[in-house]
Design a protein around this ligand. Structure first.
Ligand SMILES: Nc1ncnc2c1ncn2[C@@H]1O[C@H](COP(=O)(O)OP(=O)(O)OP(=O)(O)O)[C@@H](O)[C@H]1O
Ligand SMILES: [Mg+2]
Length: 478
């Protein structure tokens, strides 16, 4: 835009200058003709005084330096210097090339030297050549005469250009905003879809190509939403149908293991324990899928209060001990102080812990160690599940919380059956639905640390030996 304005300004400057030079030349020609006519009249009357008076009147013409009139012999007859009392003009004549050319034509002849411009015109009286008239203009003065109007025209142009520039910048910003806004909305829509928010619809407010693209994007989201719902319904139905026979299998296994249905040998016990562990894995999977379906809204979440964190952690650690021993991994729970009660129902805290512990065991080699710890920090409890297993590559850390995502690099070192990749996604949903959060910190080959933030539950102060400050165990208000 600036280049266009500069080019236009330069062109305008030279065009204006040429115009002014032409107008100046036309004014000089007009002055020469008018004075020549007056001189011819003075010659007819042989009245040099009248001619000198005309000289006097014309001397006011801008940039005019001198006026000279010569007779037919081309010797100076009158000169404007005479008006100033100078006399050195009388000896001079007008016999130069310009004079010769002027005598041969009716129009004034222009000649130029370094310091000035001369116009020479032939005079005639009653049709006969009577001499020459010459007007000499000062070149520097002529330039000055042009410079004034040129400068004011340049100022006008600059003002207009400045206005155009300001309007142009405002217009360009407005136009850019108009063009960018629909693209921004499309990008925002695509981002939300990538986060799984398929109910979002993109409206770019126009029927251009971008509007059509938005329609396509909306149709795609609708279709994906339908497929997602279908998938959830399918899993929900499947797991629901699995739950009942699975409970019965677990019940019978428990009965057999208790010995109430008859004595069992050590070998049989070991087989039954393996079968129970397998049934527990399937039960966990079924529970995860059912929770996922609930979280996604196709079934209501069960209501519940808060829970005491310490015992829940202990129970979860106890539950995985059999599996941990079989895998040769040590699982510990360490607290500096008893963790406080949290605002999340026990079943969900247990589900989160079992998922994290299950993962830690699945991805830690024999001889490894898994540590669960918890500490209070600014109104929340930070619960940590740390292992020294195979870890997760840095560029995959964000993805592990997505539905059905499994890190390809961890799969070859997996211990036990592969999951479907929803455990962490469920943990995230459970926690976010209850005001908590989850984060992971890991490097490939260096173990993983999952940190869960749980909101501390308000408690009813029970009168006791420690006073009203001590949390009332079991008195949790969710
Ligand atoms: N402690 C860990 N160490 C290394 N990788 C892990 C760990 N925890 C999770 N991961 C990686 O994150 C992926 C997703 O975990 P997530 O619990 O969601 O699924 P999963 O365990 O594979 O299957 P599911 O939990 O549904 O049985 C895992 O497949 C694994 O690649
Ligand atoms: Mg898992």
């Amino acid at each position: 835009m600036l280049a266009v304005l500069a080019a236009t300004g330069t062109l305008q400057y030279f065009a204006e200058r040429r115009q002014l030079v032409r107008a100046q030349a036309a004014a000089q020609v007009a002055a020469v003709r008018a004075l020549a006519k007056a001189c011819e009249e003075a010659m007819v009357e042989n009245n040099d005084v009248a001619a000198l008076n005309y000289f006097k009147a014309f001397r006011r013409t801008p940039a005019l330096r001198s006026i000279a009139m010569a007779g037919p012999d081309l010797q100076y007859r009158l000169h404007s210097d005479a008006l100033d009392g100078k006399g050195d003009w009388q000896s001079r004549s007008l016999g130069d090339g310009a004079a010769q050319r002027a005598l041969a034509q009716a129009d004034p002849v222009r000649a130029e030297d370094g310091g000035g411009v001369t116009w020479t015109m032939a005079l005639s009286v009653r049709g006969k050549p009577a001499g020459l008239l010459r007007l000499e203009f000062d070149a520097a003065e002529m330039r000055r005469d042009i410079r004034g109007p040129l400068a004011s025209s340049a100022r006008r142009f600059l003002l207009v250009a400045l206005c155009c520039l300001v309007l142009g910048v405002i217009g360009a910003a407005w136009l850019a905003e108009r063009l960018v806004e629909p693209i921004r909305r499309l990008a925002e829509g695509a981002r939300r879809y990538s986060e799984g928010k398929l109910e979002h619809r993109v409206d770019v407010g126009e029927k251009s190509e971008l509007g059509l693209l938005a329609d396509d994007l909306n149709r795609m989201a609708e279709r994906l939403g339908e497929m997602d719902e279908l998938k959830q319904r399918f899993f929900h139905q499947l797991t629901h149908d699995l739950r009942v026979p699975l409970s019965s299998i677990q019940g019978y296994l428990e009965l057999l293991l208790s010995g109430k249905a008859g004595a069992i040998s050590a070998d049989q016990r070991s087989h039954l324990l393996q079968a129970e562990e397998g049934a527990q894995i399937v039960a966990d999977f079924v529970d995860n899928i059912l929770d996922l379906a609930r979280m996604k809204g196709s079934a209501p979440m069960p209501e519940g209060g808060g829970c005491e964190l310490g015992p829940v952690i202990q129970k979860a650690v106890d539950l995985v001990q059999v599996q941990a021993k079989r895998l040769g991994v040590v699982v510990d729970a360490t607290f500096l102080e008893e963790p406080p009660a949290v605002k999340i129902p026990e079943q969900f805290v247990r589900r989160v812990l079992l998922n994290l512990l299950g993962n830690a065991l699945k991805f830690t080699q024999a001889g490894g160690r898994v540590v669960v710890s918890a500490h209070r920090a600014h109104g929340i409890v930070m619960l940590e599940v740390r292992d020294n297993g195979i870890g997760i590559p840095a560029d995959k850390l964000e993805k592990v919380f997505q539905d059905f995502y499994r890190v390809p690099e961890t799969m070859p070192n997996l211990r036990g059956p592969a999951g479907v990749g929803i455990g962490l996604s469920i943990c995230k949903m459970i926690l976010e639905a209850h005001g908590g959060s989850i984060a992971v910190d890991s490097q490939l080959g260096k173990g993983a640390r999952f940190t869960v933030a749980l909101p501390i539950a308000p408690y009813i102060a029970a009168p006791g030996p420690n006073g009203p400050e001590s949390p009332a165990r079991g008195g949790v208000k969710a």
